[in-house]
Design a protein around this ligand. Structure first.
Ligand code: GLY
Ligand code: MN
Ligand code: MN
Length: 447
């Protein structure tokens, strides 16, 4: 891959797709409102939280229902009003303030679909809101301090599974942005940088600030790769050298997320071989993605793949089938195979069984699985199998009879490498799938 000619990723322009996105979202929201006997919906962007006993604000991310319509970052305090049959109204708060720079007026092609009203204070916004709601008798609110419209939210969240062409274009763009960061991070790892140095290289190359990331970067060297959501960044390179590197880092484009993980080794050997095997297995799992596939079955296939890798690498004794049957793969892969992704990294609704809010819980043997739905065209999901050497889980397995299947000497030799995860974002098409991540990484000379 490294020496191949650069590939360019075809990047459809989200602007050209926004009007169709808005139309289909308005239809979806109107249908849900009518089904729940509401004649209006007020969606608050929300307010930044304050740290406990402190006047400093935490970084702000708008309510996902708001971001789904409004591709702006600085929207704290703004509100959106949807009324079936009416043009949506954006009450855009631009407070008069000499402490802060107020947000710029709402601009862009997307504003064509809105009646945008710029307001200068929360009081002016409240007055404008009551004007806009005149004649609406059963408004629902998705807002802090308002009763939660549970039934309506279940309908909306269930329908969020299928993404519009605009949303897919945004996520494709987010993958292109994230891929630039992954390239810089991989190079920084090979150059011997600390976790902190790698993280900063990622931010710079992907042109992002920490607060704008879809989730906190996981930048894990050596044994830190065994911590699934490792949250620190050591300022110094590891004293015993760089062996392995797991990076789980994404990007946002107009509020839509990319969520990508890659794992590297500095030298050939059993750990590098495991990365190869996992990369192959991940691509085989991606190749299974198509409409009608039960994601729980695909998750089980991921465990079967881990069982084959354990048997094939000599980490455990016995056939892959016997290893799978014994349940020990959960020690090495304790998280779910993937999740819905969209305007939230872990997009909601992954366990909904229907628009009525009924649930399909994960199977008892796989409680961490976030996605239990049958895939439909235009779902976007992550496929992120892994294989980790997590001391706490290995200790527990060692004390059980099934632990006798494990080749503990081989496992101990790999514990200093932490673990492996390979994660792509994949769109379900009419008959298969379209990987949003691999072409973006290939354009950067990565795989
Ligand atoms: N980055 C969090 C996840 O992969 O789900
Ligand atoms: Mn993920
Ligand atoms: Mn991830």
């Amino acid at each position: 891959m490294e020496n191949q000619a650069p590939v360019t990723v075809p990047a459809p322009d989200p602007d050209a797709l926004y009007a169709e996105h808005l139309e289909s979202q308005l239809a979806r929201y109107s249908e849900a409102l009518e089904a729940c006997d509401h004649d209006a919906l007020v969606i608050a962007a929300g307010e930044p939280a304050h740290h406990f006993l402190d006047d400093i604000e935490a970084s702000f991310k708008a309510n996902p229902h708001f971001r789904l319509f409004v591709p702006l970052d600085a929207t704290a305090g703004s509100q959106l009003v949807l009324r079936p049959g009416h043009k949506p109204v954006l009450l855009h708060l631009r407070p008069k303030d000499f402490w802060h720079l107020p947000p710029a007026p709402a601009a862009g092609v997307w504003t064509d679909g809105f009646d945008v009203r710029e307001v200068e204070s929360p009081e002016a916004l409240a007055r404008a809101l009551s004007d806009v709601l005149a004649g609406a008798n059963h408004a629902a609110h998705i807002a802090p301090d308002e009763p939660f419209p549970t039934e309506l939210l279940a309908r909306l969240d269930f329908g969020r599974g299928r993404k519009t062409a605009y949303e897919i274009a945004c996520m494709r763009g987010a993958n292109v942005r994230a891929a630039k960061g992954h390239k810089a991070a991989r190079d920084a790892f090979l150059a011997g940088e600390s976790e902190y140095g790698i993280h900063m290289a990622y931010l710079l190359a992907s042109s992002q600030e920490d607060a704008g990331l879809p989730y906190g970067n996981i930048v894990a060297l050596n044994t830190h790769a065994a911590v699934l959501h490792y949250q620190h960044r050591e300022r110094r390179p590891p004293a015993d050298g760089h062996r392995s590197f797991l990076i789980d880092a994404g990007a946002c484009e107009r509020g839509y997320a990319a969520d990508i993980t890659r794992t590297y080794a500095t030298a050939p050997g059993p750990f590098a071989d495991l990365i190869e095997a996992m990369d192959q297995a991940q691509q085989e799992l991606v190749a299974e993605v198509r409409p009608g596939l039960d994601f729980v079955d695909l998750h089980r296939d991921a465990h079967a793949a881990v069982a084959r890798i354990l048997a094939g690498s000599g980490l455990a004794e016995g056939t892959a089938d016997a290893l799978l049957e014994s349940g020990i793969t959960s020690t090495f892969l304790p998280h779910g195979l993937g999740h819905l992704i969209g305007v939230q990294t872990h997009d909601v609704g992954g366990r909904l069984a229907g628009p009525d809010g009924s649930l399909r819980p994960p199977p008892e043997d796989f409680p961490a699985l976030r996605l239990t739905r049958t895939l439909e065209a235009d779902f976007v999901v992550t496929i992120e199998p892994g294989l980790y050497f997590i001391p706490m889980l290995l200790d527990e397995l060692r004390s059980r009879p099934e632990g006798r299947q494990v080749n503990w000497q081989a496992v101990e030799a790999l514990m200093p490498f932490g673990g492996i995860r390979i994660e792509d974002d994949v769109r379900v098409t009419a008959s298969g799938c379209d990987n949003l991540t691999r072409p973006a990484l290939a354009a950067e000379g990565l795989r």
